[in-house]
Design a protein around this ligand. Structure first.
Ligand SMILES: *[C@@H]1O[C@H](CO)[C@@H](O)[C@H](O)[C@H]1NC(C)=O
Ligand SMILES: *[C@@H]1O[C@H](CO)[C@@H](O)[C@H](O)[C@H]1NC(C)=O
Ligand SMILES: *[C@@H]1O[C@H](CO)[C@@H](O)[C@H](O)[C@H]1NC(C)=O
Length: 473
């Protein structure tokens, strides 16, 4: 109680500083608690409903020399945030915004209607069960920036992990009420690199400091880039089995692309990938059974980059959600409400940055060694897969997990949600695998209810529900 009254006072103090003593602000903004209150978002444009939970957004400096700052949006749990874990969500690309995808069309509370102006509450938002943090990472993505413009051209896995760790350390200073809170990292696609790499950076940092500076309990990734070799084999097999490419192309892909890097492929592999693309036709590769968005949104050949599609619960399926975000987050009043600094706002906000992805530097070919290290460190590790994605399909994930050679502790079985098969699961020593039936690359977009069931099971550390449990309840 005393604590909340204190932050209440701080809040008014911050407002006072903000409105009446503009030039004093810099002095007080140095105080993390004051900055926390300055980051508070009271209402968003297009929000014609009230919410009971608090939200914050702003920048956290991750490198003072170069002037790199990462942009975050933090949404507290609907009920009892003090007792709920903290969950970080990261999208991939590389180059895609966690706010564009994670917040605005997957697990976030605020989703955007087709007019690009009006918000609606996502009934399956993960803030039903956790406090959720979205970060645009690395610099050059979304609203994250660097004062050294060259930084945007030199992003890679290593610096992304380092900056993300720095982000978290500084973020916990601004939100000291979350220090020591059970912390989980989640994400999809190219975040199949970011999530284990950041987890590894935290585990090693804690080890050096000889204390749990960040109380990381585990991580969960979906349709995740894990191991270039096995992931490639799975992609080719999926495309062929689903009847999307010719026998000839299947053979050539296996011949020319099997040992290629996912983001830096050779010319000969690129050529055959182009042929495969041609054969696929105008299909949403991220969700092969749903229609693509027919509006003219940027079509990119980056395999891992989200193009866009999407599903809305109990409403007609809308494959164009990415286009709605592009309208909404470019509105000056939205940027102002989210505390975007006009001096550092991108001239045109984009869901994914081609500049960042095209200039990506280091990208190790496998995460399997990191998995082994983190399994030994005792983290809870879950890997899920939407089984109608052809970009990082369920076959890829199965080959990559198989390559970890972990003993099985819970055999392959169906899991259930409301008496229906939600997908399949297998539990290994140190890792749980879950498929989500009928979901594409962005599982929470296509199957929001199943995704909420998944995060509940993950956070509570229980197995996915079986039919028996469901009928008993
Ligand atoms: C939100 O809350 C305010 C203050 O309680 C109230 O005046 C307003 O009508 C509410 N808006 C909606 C959409 O419920
Ligand atoms: C970037 O430069 C501006 C202007 O000098 C400064 O106000 C801002 O704090 C810098 N950003 C970072 C992250 O250092
Ligand atoms: C989409 O782009 C094509 C080719 O550039 C153009 O002919 C068409 O009018 C555009 N459609 C819309 C809806 O903007």
């Amino acid at each position: 109680m005393a604590k909340s009254r204190w932050s209440f006072l701080l809040y008014f103090f911050a407002i006072l500083v903000n409105f009446q003593l503009g030039n004093v602000i810099a002095t007080f903004a140095g105080n993390p608690l004051v900055q926390q209150q300055l980051d508070r978002v009271l209402e968003l444009p297009g929000q014609n409903f009230n919410v009971s939970f608090a939200q914050y957004s702003g920048y956290v400096t991750v490198n003072e020399e170069s002037g790199r700052a990462l942009f975050y949006w933090f949404i507290e749990a609907v009920e009892d945030p003090d007792s709920k874990p903290l969950v970080l969500w990261l999208n991939g690309g590389p180059g895609c915004s966690s706010i564009a995808f994670g917040e605005a069309e997957e697990i976030g509370a605020f989703h955007i209607k087709p007019d690009g102006k009006t918000l609606y509450l996502n009934p399956y938002s993960w803030n039903q069960v956790a406090n959720i943090l979205f970060v645009d990472s690395p610099v050059g993505v979304g609203f994250s920036y660097s004062n050294t413009s060259f930084d945007v051209l030199t992003n890679g896995d290593k610096r992304t992990a380092k900056d993300s760790l720095e982000f978290l350390l500084n973020w916990f200073e601004r939100f000291p009420q979350y220090k020591g809170r059970d912390f989980y990292i989640t994400g999809e696609s190219y975040a199949g690199h970011y999530v284990p790499q950041l987890s590894q950076a935290i585990v090693r940092y804690n080890w050096v400091k000889k204390e749990k500076v960040i109380n990381l309990k585990g991580y969960m990734v979906g349709n995740a880039l894990t191991d270039d070799y096995h992931d490639h084999l799975g992609v080719f097999q999926f495309l062929w089995s689903a009847g999307m490419i010719s026998d000839q192309t299947f053979k050539l892909l296996n011949l020319l692309c099997d040992f290629q890097s996912f983001i830096h492929a050779s010319n000969s592999c690129d050529k055959i990938l182009d042929i495969a693309d041609e054969e696929l036709g105008n299909i949403d590769q991220y969700s092969i059974f749903t229609p693509p968005c027919s509006a003219n949104i940027s079509q990119s050949n980056q395999l891992l980059k989200r193009r866009h599609k999407v599903g809305r619960i109990s409403q007609k399926y809308d494959p164009c959600t990415e286009a709605h975000s592009t309208v909404y987050f470019n509105l000056p009043e939205v940027q102002q409400a989210l505390h975007v600094d006009p001096n550092h706002a991108p001239s045109h906000w984009k869901t994914c940055s081609d500049v960042v992805s095209d200039s990506w530097k280091d990208s190790p070919r496998t995460m399997l060694d990191v998995y082994h290290e983190l399994i030994h460190a005792g983290l809870r590790i879950w890997v899920f897969s939407g089984d109608t994605d052809s970009v990082l399909p369920v076959t890829s994930t199965r080959y990559s997990i198989d390559a970890l050679k972990l003993p099985t502790v819970g055999p392959w079985r169906a899991w259930y949600d409301d008496g229906q098969v939600g997908g399949w699961t297998q539990e290994y020593a140190g890792l749980t695998f879950v498929t989500v039936r009928g979901a594409g690359h962005e599982v929470p977009l296509h199957r929001p209810k199943l995704a909420l069931t998944l995060i509940k099971a993950f956070l509570s550390g229980t197995s996915m529900p079986s039919l028996k449990l469901v009928s008993d309840s």
